[in-house]
Design a protein around this ligand. Structure first.
Ligand code: SF4
Length: 316
């Protein structure tokens, strides 16, 4: 992240922490809802994804829960844009088109992130008929060999064919992005070659360094090298500032459970469920207050969810 952008984010979030400390226990602004998980099913077992550690049950969000989530978001937040995924492939959801239309009818834009390997037949038709604004193909690997190794079991050729077919038929209202996930720093020329290949075909190509998620997996930690920015790492280790998520956003799992961040793949810190409580009461619930307090005190080690996670205001 560029220094100016980092500083802006740091200042915005810092003002929120100061405000929180001054007014005591309640946040007087609503959360951004980052993710609604349509499903936690996925046909792949990607090297950098903690999904294979997931112990919670697999399932699909039903219409009642989705409608409840959208009306709660409209009533209790200013969210205008939501990702329809958390830890699973959203394309597998049989009602992705209907759900995206429910969101857009309430002026909420949507994004999905998928590998594209399952985007064919009725799933392709579902996405083409949907009102999803952004379709993002999120890939790891610079070569065919890496692509197939990092995203097992996947076929590079078949996936590229699916993506090209989608691009050819996609409606003008949909923006298509490719996100290249880098597990380690790679030679600039190799990354540029990837960008040059895809830029003429899609609307945007993003390069992203992978996170360790909650830091629970040794395998992921060994795979992903985050030693890129030594200065921010030093600041984060020295001052150990809080994580910004508990002060900014929430995510909703497929069964309506609410979690404090997009890294909580297993629902380890469930704040409550939208079928039982409104989002604004969950946002200022005792569980959220406890989370914020421990982060502000530099005591996140007491939290099962956050104790190994490296996310802080500075190390973003
Ligand atoms: S520190 Fe906790 S709340 Fe923040 S991203 Fe990590 S797991 Fe989520």
């Amino acid at each position: 992240m560029k220094f100016a952008k980092l500083t802006k984010r740091a200042l915005t979030s810092s003002s929120k922490y100061i405000k929180y400390r001054l007014n005591g226990k309640k946040l007087d602004y609503p959360p951004q809802i980052d993710n609604i998980e349509l499903t936690n099913h996925c046909g792949l077992n990607c090297s950098g994804c903690p999904r294979n550690l997931m112990k919670r049950e697999k399932g699909y969000m039903n219409e009642k829960t989705f409608k409840r989530a959208i009306s709660q978001i409209k009533e209790n937040t200013n969210t205008k844009f939501i990702s329809l995924h958390h830890f699973g492939d959203p394309v597998l959801h049989p009602k992705i088109d209907e759900f995206s239309k429910i969101a857009s009818s309430r002026d909420i834009d949507t994004l999905i992130s998928t590998k594209g390997s399952s985007l064919e037949g009725k799933r392709l038709r579902g996405v083409l008929n949907s009102n999803i604004s952004i379709v993002k193909f999120s890939w790891a690997g610079l070569s065919k060999e890496e692509f197939e190794r990092f995203q097992e079991p996947i076929s590079y050729q078949k996936t590229v064919k699916n993506v090209k077919k989608y691009i050819k038929r996609k409606p003008g209202r949909q923006t298509v992005k490719i996100e290249l996930l880098l597990y380690k720093k790679r030679p600039k020329k190799d990354v540029e070659k990837f960008v040059k290949k895809w830029k003429p075909i899609v609307d945007e190509v993003d390069i992203k360094r992978c996170s360790h998620w909650t830091g629970n997996s040794k395998k992921i930690k060994n795979l992903i090298n985050r030693s890129g920015n030594k200065f921010t790492k030093f600041l984060a280790k020295t001052f150990f500032p809080p994580c910004p998520f508990p002060f900014e956003s929430l995510s909703i799992l497929y069964d309506g459970s609410v979690v404090p961040c997009c890294r909580d793949y297993d629902g380890r810190y469930i704040i409550g469920n939208i079928h039982k409580r409104d989002l604004d009461s969950l946002w200022n619930s005792e569980k959220m207050k406890k989370l914020r307090k421990l982060h502000l005190k530099g005591s996140r080690k007491k939290l099962e969810l956050c104790k190994k996670c490296t996310k802080t205001l500075i190390s973003i």
